[in-house]
Design a protein around this ligand. Structure first.
Ligand SMILES: Nc1ncnc2c1ncn2[C@@H]1O[C@H](COP(=O)(O)OP(=O)(O)OP(=O)(O)O)[C@@H](O)[C@H]1O
Length: 229
């Protein structure tokens, strides 16, 4: 019994393909992730990193293959109801309500989760303790990203889907991001990150998505060839 449990990955992508707007974006992806695992998605603009995360979040269904959670297909409605409660999604849209205070912007999500008490410590860990009572409209881009990271901590769900989580963060912010990812994984959490920027995630699996179109000469190539360079 224990052996079977240990061998079943928490998440398994089994020969998954995914379409978007009638275009084939992902082709035959196979990945298995156990508790404590991390997957880093890289690839050129438009290669499908966000599509990959959206599919795992249930916004789009695989056009072929299966995404299995605990061995069950997440597209089955009974399974999806349970599966979606495992997810914590950080996207480029930060859903910050500028009329609320910084603390309220985290607390609101925590309350929806039926939890309380973690929002302020999460903001403090992210270096925003002194701004907790300020209106969110005065936050900088990096501070807004830190609020999103505080939400991850306050909501505290096991599977983190992070789309470009380090964009706008300063060096300390990136270190904090790396720290909370490492701590989350120590507790058995799973982290899946799409990124163009280097993020230090120990023993992460790396999946580089191929470019969607054959590569043509780019503006950068033209500059390289230019005699002016
Ligand atoms: N809202 C949309 N509707 C239809 N097609 C879309 C939409 N957004 C993106 N696509 C298509 O899906 C492809 C993959 O986009 P996706 O956002 O997943 O790429 P990405 O790897 O995350 O890119 P980036 O590095 O620029 O963030 C794009 O090439 C685009 O053609």
């Amino acid at each position: 019994m224990f052996l079977k449990k240990a061998l079943t990955p928490r998440l398994l992508l089994n020969d998954v393909s995914c379409m978007r707007n009638a275009q084939q974006i992902l082709r035959h992806v196979n990945v298995s992730i156990h508790d404590g695992g991390a997957l880093v998605l890289t690839g050129t603009n438009g290669s499908g990193k966000s599509t990959f995360l959206r599919m795992l979040a249930g916004f789009s269904k695989p056009s072929a293959g299966q995404v299995l959670w605990n061995g069950h297909d997440i597209t089955e409605s009974g399974v999806f109801q349970q599966y979606k409660l495992q997810l914590n999604w950080l996207s480029l849209k930060d859903a910050i309500n500028e009329r609320l205070t910084v603390l309220e912007n985290v607390k609101w999500h925590e309350l929806l989760e039926g939890k309380e008490g973690k929002s302020l410590p999460a903001l403090q860990l992210m270096g925003l303790g002194r701004l907790a009572k300020e209106k969110s409209r005065m936050l900088s881009m990096g501070q807004r990203k830190r609020v999103q990271l505080a939400r991850l901590l306050a909501i505290d769900r096991p599977i983190w889907l992070l789309d470009e989580p380090s964009v706008a963060l300063d060096d300390d912010g990136v270190k904090l991001l790396e720290y909370i990812i490492a701590e989350h994984r120590k507790k058995g959490g799973i982290v899946i990150v799409a990124t163009h920027l280097p993020i230090n995630i120990e023993d992460a699996m790396n999946l580089k998505l191929p470019p969607r179109f054959p590569r043509k000469m780019t503006f950068v190539d033209m500059l390289d060839r230019s005699e002016l360079m």
